[in-house]
Write a protein that binds this ligand. Structure first.
Ligand SMILES: Cc1ncc(COP(=O)(O)O)c(C=O)c1O
Length: 377
């Protein structure tokens, strides 16, 4: 008979979770329902705004022995192909509104999707952008950023290296950093980025999602914190069970939960889930996830690739990082120990955030064996 101890390397119930704790003032100072509403009001006025589809996948739900599987498909978000369009671009808007355009250059480090959002937001706002990419970010992702008129700088071996290179250049040139992660002393902009992500949860709710469980992928934790904050403040202890899913080679949130304190993981963070290849949690996101997330788990690259192919059979295009939450659900639902630990059963309604489509078309078709267009046809 296996038990949770046998999962010590890939699953942990949050030892700091206090489900009865209300979403108090300290947390509302980071993210709030009022902030989410303001983000929604602003973003829904952008040209070409449309809520992304909430897909009901009954055949897959059957297979996983749950009542409902909802997949919020961000593959077409503002033509940027990922939910990140909501965060960085919203933060750029807020900066321009507060400071004006004069002398403003925005910059960020990115593994692709956030930089695309900042570059797009900068073009919309009419300000220059300089985007830092580390070595292993594919050229396809770099090209997509240049296409919005941004300058791309390659520096560092990992995402975390490029964050430092960007910070250093910003100091030298007086540029404004628009980061999706936060560190001590740098909090205001990442708050706006995460607040933009909360729009995902608002849209899903307006589209009828009433999940008992949410499986969401973690990079630095901003997305998970954004969607958790919204439901926690609104529903308190009645909120769905939230599981954070990370690649096993870049599991900084999982390790933070295990160590009971913010933890940086080293190594080359190598994973096909490029958007999740982060070794350092966002300090702000962690302040929300530490007391509020229910569980943390990790998955192998193979699991993400399998789920990409599974979705493709249903005509749904999910990118490597975008499917990680669903891959976590597939893994958990097949394991009696994890099912029990997460109270996952035939009455569960699960929401997964499909946070990207084929953001790198070449990588997508090399994994799935068909192009995104062929899958959608
Ligand atoms: C497609 C995709 N999903 C999820 C995430 C994770 O977001 P966060 O880093 O805020 O945890 C990212 C981050 O870049 C991403 O690109």
């Amino acid at each position: 008979m296996s038990d949770l101890a046998e999962h010590s390397s890939d699953f942990i119930l949050n030892p700091h979770l206090d489900r009865a704790r209300p979403y108090g003032e300290e947390l509302r100072g980071i993210l709030s329902l009022a902030g989410a509403q303001a983000a929604h009001d602003a973003i829904s006025r952008w040209e070409a705004y449309a809520p992304t589809p909430l897909r009901d996948l009954p055949s897959l739900a059957d297979r996983l022995d749950i009542a409902q599987l909802l997949y919020k498909d961000e593959g077409k978000r503002f033509g940027l192909k990922s939910f990140k369009a909501l965060g960085g671009a919203y933060a750029v808007d807020r900066i321009v509104a507060a400071r004006g355009r004069d002398g403003l250059t925005v910059t960020c480090a990115t593994d692709g999707n956030h930089g695309r959002s900042v570059a797009w937001g900068a073009r919309r706002a009419g300000v220059p952008a300089v985007i830092y990419l580390h070595e292993t970010v594919s050229e396809g992702r770099a090209e997509a950023i240049r296409a919005f008129g941004a300058q791309v700088v390659r520096e560092g071996r990992t995402y975390d290296d490029s964050v430092r290179a960007c910070a250093e250049a910003a100091r030298r040139h007086g540029w404004q950093i628009v980061s999706d992660t936060s560190w001590p002393g740098y909090e205001e902009v990442p708050k706006d980025v995460m607040q933009g992500y909360a729009v995902l949860a608002m849209e899903a709710e307006a589209q009828g999602a009433r999940p008992t469980h949410v499986f969401v992928q973690g990079g630095v934790g901003g997305l998970a914190a954004g969607v958790l904050s919204y439901r926690w403040e609104k529903l308190g202890a009645e909120r769905p069970i939230l599981v954070v899913v990370e690649p096993e080679t870049a599991a900084c949130l999982f390790e933070s939960a295990r160590n009971g304190t913010l933890t940086t993981v080293g190594g080359d963070l190598d994973t096909i889930m490029a958007g999740l290849a982060c070794g350092e949690p966002s300090v702000l996101a962690w302040r929300i996830l530490d007391p509020g997330a229910d569980a943390f788990m990790t998955i192998a690259d193979r699991a993400a690739a399998d789920v990409m192919r599974l979705l493709a059979q249903l005509g749904v295009v999910g990118g490597e990082s975008g499917v990680a939450g669903l891959a976590g659900l597939v893994k958990a639902s097949a394991d009696p120990v994890l099912r029990r630990a997460l109270k996952l059963d035939a009455s569960s309604r699960v929401l997964c955030y499909g946070t990207e489509g084929a953001t790198d078309p070449e990588v997508y078709s090399s994994i799935v064996g068909r192009t995104a267009e062929e899958v959608e046809a």
